[in-house]
Design a protein around this ligand. Structure first.
Ligand code: AMP
Length: 371
């Protein structure tokens, strides 16, 4: 995610997808103009990166120059006059391809087409990296199109917001934050009571409970490949690798597009997971509202886990050595995640010792303050 001035943008099209679509465009153009000479004309400022990457893959005899469209208030009937700055050579009889970074309404492009058409080229075509069909009001669609995109405000890879943000490899879209969602990370060491309290929170606030531990255990029960993999780590009290856990969590969140919010229980457990969660939620136009930590002293944790082992049937609860290891992993890998949310002013700690009702009451007070 990046911030420019007052706005947040999340990754929309990754570099590799941009480059793959440019390769296909280059092949189409090479094929279309085989054996002919082409003059490429990039429309500044946005098209500079696209023009540069595309031209590297053109194997025709070609030249390139750049134009700027300037508009000023004139005295004709429309009031606005457009002119092209930078056309220094004669285009008469040439095959001209205009390069655009994006075509949305297409109105400027219509002007460029008319102005360049007046130079009497042999052929005049348009190649654009991005095309927004839903916004298009122009007369004629571009001839070569890299990617069709929805009607979102995009920046990066040459495209700007107030002249900023052109210098990125990926393309970003404006996030329209869904302010109504309540997304809480319930945090605390093993045995802190996250599972129990999550159940109460989802009931009271009508949220969805996502416990990565529960999802792994369901997979182990179901004998899936993911379950087999997870079991090999869980049984040793180690963390399941980030990549596996992150992918699994994303696919779980995606199952509930209409959720009012989520309680994340047992996730994120590493800084890499926290970063991935932020990026993923931003791509869904939402974010973490708060991390609420249940504070419980270590001795009490061990007592609770010992008790839980009698009834939970969890192999990782049964062996004191594995419990020790889980707590050690928590201190080393998971506790630093607190700093991640503190830096965003989203960290809240509450006393996790007391009756279940007392702890719930403290949680409700914290959550109500968030709204
Ligand atoms: P829990 O039920 O949250 O105590 O999780 C039980 C076990 O599942 C943990 O000790 C880890 O081995 C694994 N696990 C659960 N959540 C995660 C996560 N976010 N990242 C890595 N491993 C996890």
């Amino acid at each position: 995610m990046i911030k420019i001035k007052d706005k947040q943008f999340s990754v929309f099209i990754e570099e590799k997808e941009i480059q793959a679509s440019i390769s296909i465009l280059a092949q189409e153009i090479n094929h279309h103009y085989k054996g002919q000479e082409v003059v490429f004309i990039g429309v500044l400022n946005g098209a500079f990166m696209f023009a540069s990457d595309l031209l590297k893959q053109i194997d025709l005899d070609c030249s390139i120059s750049f134009v700027k469209v300037s508009s000023y208030k004139g005295t004709n009937s429309t009031g606005i006059v457009h002119e092209l700055i930078g056309v220094n050579e004669s285009l008469k009889g040439k095959n001209v391809v205009i390069l655009e970074d994006i075509v949305d309404t297409g109105l400027t492009l219509d002007k460029v087409r008319v102005l360049l058409g007046a130079e009497h080229p042999n052929t005049l075509k348009i190649a654009t990296l991005l095309f927004k069909p839903d916004a298009f009001l122009g007369k004629q669609e571009p001839d070569f199109i890299g990617l069709h995109i929805e009607n979102k405000f995009v920046i990066g890879y040459g495209l700007d917001y107030d002249e900023l943000g052109r210098n990125t490899r990926d393309i970003y879209k404006l996030t329209e934050e869904n302010k109504n969602m309540l997304n809480i990370v319930l945090f605390g060491p093993p045995g802190a009571g996250k599972g129990t309290q999550s159940e109460r929170l989802i009931e009271k606030y009508n949220l969805k409970h996502l416990s990565t531990g529960d999802i792994f255990r369901a997979n182990i029960g179901g004998g899936t490949d993911l379950g087999k993999l997870a079991k090999s780590y869980i049984d040793k009290g180690q963390l399941v690798p980030d990549e596996v856990t992150i992918d699994m969590l994303k696919s779980e969140v995606s199952k509930y597009p209409d959720a009012k919010g989520f309680i994340f229980d047992g996730f994120p457990r590493t800084n890499a997971q926290a970063t991935a969660l932020d990026q993923f939620l931003a791509s869904q136009d939402t974010s973490i509202t708060a991390m609420i930590a249940l504070d419980v002293p270590e001795e009490e944790l061990k007592e609770r886990l010992k008790k839980r082992a009698e009834s939970s049937g969890r192999s990782d609860d049964a062996d004191p050595k594995i419990i020790e290891n889980r707590i050690a992993v928590y201190r080393k890998e998971t506790e630093p995640v607190k700093t991640f949310y503190q830096a965003q002013n989203k960290y809240i700690a509450i006393d996790g010792v007391g009756t279940m009702d007392e702890i719930s009451e403290r949680l409700y007070i914290s959550v109500d303050r968030l709204n």
